[in-house]
Write a protein that binds this ligand. Structure first.
Ligand code: ZN
Length: 262
């Protein structure tokens, strides 16, 4: 992670709203939620693990955009051709993000073949510079899925490149204030959440958005996404004192606290 960009932006607006520290249920809330960008390997991950966070940001007066590096087309069931399923995923994502009030952007990497490359990091850098998010939510690195691992690494370098003023691209540099990692059943290795977000206000809308995906209803595979993520929001809510909550892990580079006394 680009620690320098965090240091440069220290004191800037904290855009993720209504955050609750897991220690002692101390509550904090931003006055001015900013722009959030969710960056995901596959659209389903974007909606199921980052969609509620995006929707909450928007409900508090902020804005959001979802960037998916692929269409997630290789999750196709046997009776649907892969290209056709990719278009179904695109359509579902456009409907879901419209419902949540966010924008959807796709890069054209093939599902299961998202490379960790300079080209990919610079492509995401350019999207960050164009949309100027205050906060990014993306995959945690501890994943069994290579696309998720590579997305994590791409975002790490893209945030660095986006904030590097001496790196000349078509748009000027932009420093992202904060990066959070999403609570994903496939990215669970060493995932330790430290931030809990109250999503009660947008819970039903988020459930409706997820329901645009056949995968959510278990129609494309074995995993019960709807049961898992709806239950997870209750479990995270139990831990944080909310009815429904999303748990996030903040990037270690932004955890420094400057204080003259304790
Ligand atoms: Zn995925």
């Amino acid at each position: 992670m680009n620690r320098r960009s965090f240091a440069q932006s220290f004191g800037g607006a904290v855009a993720l709203s209504a955050l609750v520290s897991s220690s002692g249920l101390g509550e904090s809330s931003s006055q001015t939620p900013g722009k959030m960008m969710a960056i995901t390997a596959h659209p389903g991950d974007g909606l199921f693990t980052m969609g509620a966070t995006l929707a909450q940001q928007i409900s508090r007066g902020g804005s959001g955009v979802l960037l998916s590096l692929s269409l997630g087309e290789r999750g196709a069931p046997k009776d649907i051709p892969v290209p056709r399923y990719g278009e179904m995923q695109r359509t579902a994502t456009e409907k879901a993000t419209r419902l949540l009030g966010t924008e959807a952007i796709f890069l054209a990497y093939p599902d299961a073949e998202i490379p960790f490359s300079e080209e990919g990091a610079l492509a995401v850098c350019d999207v960050i510079r164009e949309h100027k998010p205050d906060v990014i939510v993306t995959h945690w690195s501890g994943s069994w899925h290579k696309d998720h691992q590579n997305c994590h690494l791409i975002v790490r370098d893209a945030v660095f490149y986006a904030g590097l003023g001496t790196l000349v691209r078509s748009r000027p540099a932009h420093s992202v204030s904060k990066v959070f990692y999403a609570d994903n059943w496939e990215d669970a290795t060493n995932f330790v959440p430290d931030t809990y977000l109250d999503i009660e206000a947008i819970y039903e809308k988020w459930m409706q958005a997820c329901d645009f995906y056949p995968m959510w209803r278990g129609q494309t595979g074995f995993f019960r996404y709807n049961d898992y993520y709806s239950s997870l929001s209750i479990m995270r809510g139990c831990l944080s004192g909310f009815k429904h909550a999303v748990a996030l892990m903040s990037d270690p580079g932004q955890r420094m606290v400057r204080s003259r006394s304790l």
